[in-house]
Design a protein around this ligand. Sequence first.
Ligand SMILES: NC(=O)c1cc2c(N)ncc(C(N)=O)c2s1
Length: 334
Amino acid sequence: EAARAEAREAAAERAAELNRQLEYHAYRYYALDAPEITDAAFDKLLIELQQIEAAYPELVTPRSYTQRVGGYVSPQFQSVEHMARMYSMDDAMNLDELDEWLERTEAALGAGHATYTCELKIDGLGVALTYEDGRFVRAATRGDGVTGEDVTLNVRTIRDVPMRLSQAALAHMGADARRPIEVRGEVYMPKGSFLRLNEEADAQGREPFANPRNAAAGSLRQKDPKVTARRDLATFLYAVADTAPLHVDSQHAFLSWLKEAGFSVNPNVARCTTPAEVHAFCADALAHREDLDYDIDGVVVKVDSFAQQDELGFTARAPRWAIAFKFPPEEKET
Ligand SMILES: NC(=O)c1cc2c(N)ncc(C(N)=O)c2s1
């Protein structure tokens, strides 16, 4: 009994230390966009804390880092409630896990009935752009998925973000053209701009950014729009809070609507009807990863039909109709 009490004491101390470290590194990553450790090292700390809490459930308190939804809403910005929650996705770390998801999804939909849309997973900063009467009115970071940071003035300076939706896209919405829509996508910094920015930083004796994702986040999540305007940021849009007003019935048709509306949509998209075609898309994306002028960290595979997406719905954390097939981290950027 004494030995058990001692083990519990040691576990409680280690859990407290892990919480301190996780909070510190999360602040560095989400608030300062300047992490000191790799994502893998961070995940290792989190997994250790999860294991201790599994062994000693009494250690799980509301303040425990394991209870935090990923993402950080900095007090330096106005906070914005998203029109609908911005979910994260479940990850498939290898082809076996991808196949498990494909099999589960085929089974749920009836074998051989699912068409998938494969898209590149852009390694940038998630944003939500809101348009009213076809005009850009607000931009927010993903934040914790429910509440984001208002970065409207900064996003207004990003040259590929349309300030007005095209007449054709509004016509597509018919009577719903007057309803607000909130499209979602990624703000990224092209690799060429990232290298130039770090050369400038070196020349001025400033701290370089670790990678384009942190550079994009650091350029967007700061107060001065003139700084953002100089950072050559760009976007790819790929989702929307509510598909109904757009009168499109699939991800593929939605991507066409985004293009028609004037948004930047990543051209590397394919509709796949078999697991073999999905594998081929993933292999091709990994093979050509270095040729792209932006960082990707995998492939997003979605059930294409919105009706079938509705059939599958969501778990507490993520949609059942999408999976993120992750690539191994690229070698160091700098
Ligand atoms: N968290 C998410 O749901 C997503 C994140 C991303 C991402 N980083 N890049 C591309 C897509 C896409 N094409 O759907 C998605 S979806």
